[in-house]
Design a protein around this ligand. Structure first.
Ligand SMILES: C[S@@+](CC[C@H](N)C(=O)[O-])C[C@H]1O[C@@H](n2cnc3c(N)ncnc32)[C@H](O)[C@@H]1O
Length: 261
């Protein structure tokens, strides 16, 4: 998939040329801009802000709220995440934490594959977690006993130490300011099992870092790998993800060399 890795999507020039090329999308963008201003006024804290975005989006359509505008795309995006982790050695006996699990686009496949009780999804949006419960029901996965927990932050303080072999966050840091990502890095090492790994996707830029509204954040790879290192974690860019038809990039984080990250 070809991606423009240098343009600043927040710049006036980019927005104007995008509007000329995609006039049909202008009304939607204007609606989101107005919503952004209103929610920012009501919720200066980012997590509260994004919870409100998810509430409004989920009310319209839960699949679209996690970024898939058709059930076909929802299924395909979930399968892509699942196949990738399977190809990287995910085993049924692994315990998995999914950060920002949404309505279980990939989660239902992990729940189905892992041993009962081995999947734990967390999300800041109670509304999308209600939709996640509905996915468990419609996929007939009640006996797999997934845990779904609403969270206010990413300190993960309520979870046991060294518990999870795999931590997964797809399309979550693409909606997160650096302070939220840093909070996650500061705490994820505690819950990661020895030898475990944490994969996350992000919107990559090779130009200036920027964000569009408070919804979409673009980072340079080094910003995130350096931040992980500052928290004692080793981070590497996953080249094989780039070949897949997805607009984001992926980084894998593991315990640092001292094993304490
Ligand atoms: C684009 S959706 C992706 C959902 C899921 N990972 C998937 O691939 O279908 C992003 C999800 O992350 C959640 N989220 C955003 N920021 C979060 C945070 N700081 N902590 C936990 N969840 C978060 C949102 O509520 C939303 O459900």
């Amino acid at each position: 998939m070809s991606r423009n890795l240098t343009s600043n999507r927040a710049s006036l020039g980019h927005r104007l040329s995008y509007a000329v090329r995609n006039p049909g999308r202008v009304p939607r963008h204007l609606r989101r801009t107005a919503r952004d201003a209103w929610l920012r006024y009501r919720s200066p804290d980012h997590v509260a802000y994004y919870r409100s975005v998810m509430r409004s989006d989920t009310r319209r359509d839960a699949d679209a709220a996690v970024g898939s505008h058709s059930r076909e795309r929802w299924l395909a995006l979930g399968r892509m995440q699942f196949d990738y982790l399977l190809g990287h050695g995910l085993l049924p006996g692994h315990r998995m934490l999914e950060i920002g699990c949404g309505n279980l686009r990939a989660g239902w496949r992990f729940i189905d594959y892992l041993e009962p009780g081995h999947y734990h999804g967390v999300d800041i949006s109670p509304d999308i977690l209600f939709a996640a419960q509905e996915t468990v029901r419609t996929q007939g996965l009640q006996d797999r006993l997934p845990t779904l927990t609403p969270v206010r932050d990413l300190t993960l303080a309520f979870l046991p130490e060294g518990r999870f072999d795999v931590v997964h966050a797809h399309s979550v840091f693409s909606h997160s300011p650096l302070s939220v990502i840093e909070e996650c890095f500061a705490h994820v090492g505690r819950v990661l099992a020895p030898g475990g790994w944490f994969d996350f996707t992000f919107d990559r830029t090779e130009g200036e870092e920027h964000h569009v509204l408070r919804e979409d954040f673009y980072y340079r790879t080094e910003t995130l790998t350096d931040l992980a290192a500052a928290h004692g974690l080793a981070a590497r860019f996953m080249d094989d993800w780039e070949a897949l038809p997805h607009g984001q990039s992926k980084i894998r984080v593991t315990h640092g060399a001292d094993g304490e990250g």
